[in-house]
Design a binder for this molecule. Structure first.
Ligand SMILES: Nc1ncnc2c1ncn2[C@@H]1O[C@H](COP(=O)(O)OP(=O)(O)OP(=O)(O)O)[C@@H](O)[C@H]1O
Length: 236
């Protein structure tokens, strides 16, 4: 797994009267925190990259290739949501295995990759459990293990740790940071927490009213030179 660049060029999208227009350029292997007020369009931006939403016009490029017309399964992307990442009736190992084969036709090499991913995410020995038999943090680890077996160059995280307590959230951020150090995937992570951005992100994309109003390195965004609206948003 390595990273891929991401580029949104004049991507127009609307939900009824809510108009959005995104321009964004992310370098390969960067980690970008996507921040902004509630309803500003952060999830929509990720959904446009993942292919769950299609632009009315403009283009979404990944690794220099226009993926705007491709369905989600054909994009080189993995996504982890705040919850409901797992199928309740499938075991941990099967949920991870879906990252390799949607029909769960898995060979010995796949099974050993699944075991390795579970070990890497601290879930060794929990292969046969159902999601209901896991804690919230463990369920998000399963989702990250599936990311590892999918081995895609772009990882989209939509507030994946928002429902976890502070200590567990820090632990999960540390895990993402370690996985990034090993695999170098490009990460877009929606978060409302400045601490998350500090801990993990190289850059911050600030979304306001359906636009990327600023995108700069994390140190700049947390300095005096940050846009006033971003300072107001984080409460400085
Ligand atoms: N399926 C939908 N149908 C209609 N409008 C939607 C839909 N999803 C989102 N919206 C609207 O689009 C805008 C952007 O929503 P989005 O979920 O991208 O915001 P967000 O920045 O991720 O918000 P939050 O921080 O609250 O999760 C909002 O005004 C929202 O109400």
């Amino acid at each position: 797994m390595t990273g891929a660049s991401i580029r949104l060029d004049s991507v127009q999208f609307s939900y009824g009267s809510t108009q959005m227009s995104f321009n964004l350029s992310v370098e390969s292997s960067d980690i970008v925190a996507v921040m902004g007020p509630s309803g500003s369009g952060k999830s929509t931006l990720l959904n446009l990259v993942a292919g769950f939403e299609r632009p009315a016009s403009g283009s979404v490029m990944i690794a220099g290739r226009d993926v705007s017309a491709l369905p989600p399964a054909q994009r080189p992307v993995s996504m982890v949501f705040q919850e409901n990442n797992l199928f309740a009736h499938l075991t941990v190992a099967q949920n991870v295995g879906l990252g390799r084969s949607p029909s769960l036709r898995l060979d010995a090499a796949d099974h050993s990759d699944i075991d390795r991913a579970l070990e890497r995410t601290g879930l060794a020995g929990k292969q046969a459990r159902l999601p209901a038999q896991l804690s919230g943090g463990e369920r998000q680890r399963v989702a990250l293990a599936r990311v590892l077996v999918r081995s895609q160059p772009v990882l989209l995280l939509d507030e994946p740790f928002a429902s976890l307590g502070p200590a567990l959230r820090r632990e999960m951020l540390e895990l993402v940071r370690a996985l990034h150090a090993e695999h170098g995937m490009t990460v877009l992570m929606v978060t409302h927490h400045p601490d998350d951005a500090h801990a993990l992100a190289h850059r911050i994309a600030f979304i306001e009213e359906g636009r990327v109003s600023a995108c700069a390195d994390t140190a700049t965004m947390f300095s005096e030179n940050a846009p006033e609206s971003f300072k107001a948003y984080i409460g400085n």
